[in-house]
Design a protein around this ligand. Structure first.
Ligand SMILES: [Zn+2]
Length: 225
């Protein structure tokens, strides 16, 4: 059994604010003069078009500012498209600590790419170091930036696990994501907010049943949350 595990619950505020300037936009945005690579005017035209298409009047007072608001919101919720989360995992330090590191309850917001509706929840990210350790806030930034793209929960989970495994060379990686999807709760027959849980295991957590049971126990144990 692996002992001396280090389990940390993540304060919800750690995340994207700090990382906002980590990657330079690839091109200036001519439409509004700021540094965002997102074409706000194009989004505004499209939102007007959607409003008209559903039978609304885009020129009525309550909707006049809506296209611009939606453009600003999309620039924010898709800001991860213009960032490389791997950057955060390259700032490692050498450490002889070779037990599990688990960061629980990393809150995230994402957008389902099938419906462009939000899904949100918590990610738990753990790894078994192999001489390289990364700062806990960096793990939270990776989750945040991977989430801020058009996403599906399954791919989000796999992407985070692959980045952790490849950049840290960890002996094992586990990523578990619990989320509530607006496209399930708003539409169709599923009215209740059921949680969708996905997980990705790498290395020892995939191969060794005892190690897997241990890390899953740590994630599920409310004493550590
Ligand atoms: Zn959806």
């Amino acid at each position: 059994m692996i002992k001396d595990t280090k389990t940390i619950s993540e304060p919800s505020h750690i995340g994207h604010q700090e990382g906002a300037a980590s990657v330079q936009p690839s091109q200036p945005n001519r439409s509004n003069g700021n540094q965002s690579p997102v074409d706000h005017q194009r989004i505004e035209r499209a939102v007007r078009e959607i409003l008209a298409a559903v039978g609304e009047d885009p020129d009525r007072e309550g909707l006049l500012e809506t296209p611009a608001r939606v453009a600003r919101m999309y620039a924010e919720v898709f800001s991860g498209l213009h960032k490389d989360p791997r950057i955060h995992l390259k700032r490692v330090f050498s450490e002889s600590y070779d037990e599990i590191v688990l960061l629980k309850d990393i809150e995230f917001q994402s957008m389902c790419e099938h419906h462009l509706l939000p899904f949100h929840g918590r990610a738990h990210v753990g790894y078994l170091p192999n001489g390289k350790v990364v700062g806990l806030s960096k793990m939270a930034r990776v989750v945040d930036e991977v989430a801020r793209r058009p996403q599906v929960q399954e791919r989000m989970t796999e992407t985070i696990a692959n980045m952790m495994e490849q950049e840290l060379g960890a002996r094992g990686v586990v990523v578990m994501v619990e989320a509530s999807h607006s496209c399930m709760t708003m539409r169709g027959i599923r009215k209740s907010g059921g949680m969708c849980i996905t997980s990705a295991m790498r290395g020892v957590f995939r191969e060794n049943l005892a190690s897997r049971a241990e890390i899953l126990g740590l994630i599920m144990n409310p004493k550590h949350g």
